[in-house]
Design a binder for this molecule. Structure first.
Ligand code: NDP
Length: 250
């Protein structure tokens, strides 16, 4: 069953924008909240005309912005609460060992890719809990937190992907490992409430972050992700999966 209401962070472009379009294509979905840094600077969303779409100011680095988003979304969903939070927004900053050490670059990635999804989730938990029915059972149509991770952050597959230092991807890899651990810890915390938590890897996708060299298009990735999200259940709680719902090693 499809959730009634979904919030996607980082919806101005790339996979986040694709997910917004994909969810709007499902008639059962009543509210799609597209979180962006500045709604006045989101031209890709401005061209979508659908009354179910609400573009929300949500800078994941600003507590004030997140609080404003909680308030705005609460007004729309009321006592029904928010069914699904998709923590998608993230950044990639190149960091090379052949350059001078640069603490600020690493901090920037950790702030956006680890600290921010934790804080966003913390602020939205009350609204997600509101959506949980008495017979909650780890379903996205009840309440779910979906973290967009990466198999680049897998400790098990580290040797497959090789050096982060030479390729410049070290902070992104470390941040996604941190996000996976956040998901695992949160899934333990929310087990008793039966509030679903999963991490999904979208594939190597052709976006500004993924570059044109990527394996698949945004459409291919988000089509699979949305179908997987619809089918999530208690067997997925706390797990890490690819876009098709196949388990991945942490
Ligand atoms: P893009 O770089 O194309 O888009 C990133 C999005 O995040 C943009 O909408 C950007 O907004 C938003 N964002 C970044 N910082 C903030 C912030 N402070 N507040 C609000 N929004 C913010 O990335 P992708 O679409 O490729 O990636 C989406 C997710 O998928 C990320 O979590 C990424 O790590 C993950 N992923 C991507 C892969 C790929 O191959 N593309 C592979 C594996 C994982 P703005 O336009 O304002 O900058």
């Amino acid at each position: 069953m499809w959730p009634r209401s979904i919030l996607i962070t980082g919806a101005s472009r790339g996979i986040g924008l694709g997910l917004v379009k994909e969810f709007l294509a499902r008639s059962e979905v009543e509210h799609v909240f597209a979180g962006v840094r500045d709604p006045n600077r989101a031209p890709n969303l401005a061209s979508i005309s659908d009354p179910r779409l609400k573009v929300i100011a949500l800078d994941i680095l600003s507590d004030q912005s997140i609080e404003g988003a909680v308030e705005e979304i609460s007004k729309v969903v009321g006592e029904k609460g928010l069914n699904v939070l998709v923590n998608n927004a993230a950044i990639m900053v190149q960091y090379h060992f052949h350059e001078s050490p640069n603490r600020a670059k690493i901090d920037e990635v950790m702030r956006s890719n680890v600290t921010a999804p934790i804080i966003v989730t913390h602020y939205f938990l009350p609204l997600l809990r509101k959506a949980l029915p008495r017979d909650a059972n780890f379903l996205p149509s009840h309440a779910a937190i979906i973290n967009i991770g990466s198999d680049y952050g897998s400790l098990t597959k580290c040797s497959v992907y090789g050096s982060g230092g030479e390729l410049g991807h070290l902070p992104h890899k470390v941040s996604k490992a941190g996000l996976s651990q956040f998901s695992r810890v949160l899934s333990e915390d929310l087990k008793a409430e039966k509030l679903l938590v999963v991490t999904l890897h979208p594939g190597w996708v052709s976006t500004d972050m993924g570059t044109d060299a990527a394996d698949i298009s945004v459409g291919e990735s988000v089509g699979a992700l949305a179908s997987t999200i619809e089918l999530l259940n208690e067997t997925h709680h706390g797990g890490f999966f690819d876009r098709n719902g196949e388990p991945l090693p942490l």
